[in-house]
Design a protein around this ligand. Structure first.
Ligand code: ADP
Ligand code: MG
Length: 339
């Protein structure tokens, strides 16, 4: 009798149908899209609402457009004075400094002063002068940020520092949104924030979510490749709309901390990894580091895969990491596999 009852329950659960739902909301200067599978609209709405609320909370905390955000308040604290911050901000600052060390400073959240100068240059079409760049450089450098894990405090060691989490916050927010939905019982979900995607369990009956990697400078919808992913992050840098051309040279919105100017490499990097915080953190610096150094970094870590599309003159090349070739195949356009 008991066994029969259990068997009955089991079959009901198995045949339970999940429906697909989609939600979109603007956050962090872009559109956040959630695709999820849930038992009904009530469950789907509750999970999506909680996920968007989490993203909105993180945006308020970390935006550099609002002087009252927690991050901007931190930047105004006196030099050398420890400041206690929220667990989320502490966690993301810690991850940002880890990426800075691992990329020899190619990723550096203290580039804020350079980012502001770049935004002004985009409007005026005049590059900051060497003198101006030297002056700003005194306020830049991730080694001027100290974290104390015990007290959850942050100490800034240079004056007028401007922290900019724009290179990693969208991936982190997408991860946190996915995590929120999990607590509502929704595990088969995907959160996309333009180039940054956090991916949970696969759709019912599928091995993963199919994600397209955009072609370099491609027309909307043109893809370099598609990959099948579950429980992963994927990020692509190199938004071709965010360039400025000055004196015949293209400067990206990604700042090379060495020069203080927008990067001039014509490269798009896609990183696949365990979560979107890690992949968002790495898509920006690997673009600056270029193929050789960038691929060496990716190949040196388990669980990371990358596809770079590089233009030199009229030549466009697709380069994939060792892990990418193993997991997703090489594809007709791949010219080099970095080993
Ligand atoms: P997007 O999806 O906007 O292309 P990215 O992940 O490529 O985002 O990050 C670009 C943003 O990161 C810039 O808009 C700026 O706010 C910030 N940023 C620029 N250069 C760097 C750098 N070298 N290290 C860390 N953050 C940077
Ligand atoms: Mg990034």
């Amino acid at each position: 009798m008991v066994a029969l009852l259990l068997a009955g329950c089991h079959s009901v659960k198995d045949s339970e149908a999940l429906a697909r739902f989609e939600f979109n909301e603007p956050h962090m200067g872009t559109l956040f899209s959630i695709t999820l599978y849930a038992r009904d609209a009530g469950e789907a709405n509750a999970a999506a609402e909680a996920a968007f609320a989490e993203v909105a909370k993180l945006d308020r905390m970390m935006t550099d457009y609002d002087p009252s955000s927690e991050l901007m308040q931190l930047c105004r604290r006196p030099v050398g004075e420890p400041t206690r911050v929220s667990p989320e901000l502490f966690e993301l600052l810690a991850e940002s400094l880890r990426v800075a060390r691992e990329t020899d400073g190619a990723f550096d959240i203290t580039v804020g002063p350079f980012v502001r100068a770049w935004r002004a240059a985009r409007k005026s079409k005049i590059l900051p002068s060497a003198g101006e760049l030297a002056r700003l450089r005194a306020n830049v450098g991730y080694e001027h940020v100290r974290l104390d894990a015990k007290t959850k405090t942050v100490t800034l060691l240079a004056p007028d520092m401007q922290l900019d989490l724009g290179g990693i916050a969208k991936g982190y927010a997408a991860d946190r949104a996915l995590e929120k939905m999990r607590r509502y019982g929704v595990t088969r979900a995907l959160v996309a924030a333009s180039g940054d995607i956090a991916i949970g369990d696969a759709p019912p009956g599928k091995a993963g979510w199919r994600v397209g990697i955009a072609a370099l400078d491609g027309a909307a919808g043109e893809l370099a490749r598609t990959v099948l992913l579950a429980n992963a992050g994927v990020s692509t840098s190199g938004d071709s709309e965010q360039n400025v051309e000055i004196g015949g040279v293209r400067y990206s919105h990604i700042i090379d901390p060495q020069t203080g100017l927008g990067m001039t490499n014509h490269i798009q990097t896609t990183i696949i990894g365990p979560n979107a915080t890690i992949t968002d953190g790495l898509d920006t610096p690997t673009a600056i580091m270029g193929v050789e150094r960038g691929m060496k970094l990716i190949n040196g870590q388990r669980g990371l895969a990358a596809l770079f599309v590089v233009r030199e003159g009229m030549k466009v090349e697709t380069v994939v990491s060792k892990e990418f070739a193993r997991r997703f195949g090489v594809g007709g356009d791949t010219v080099i596999i970095y080993r």
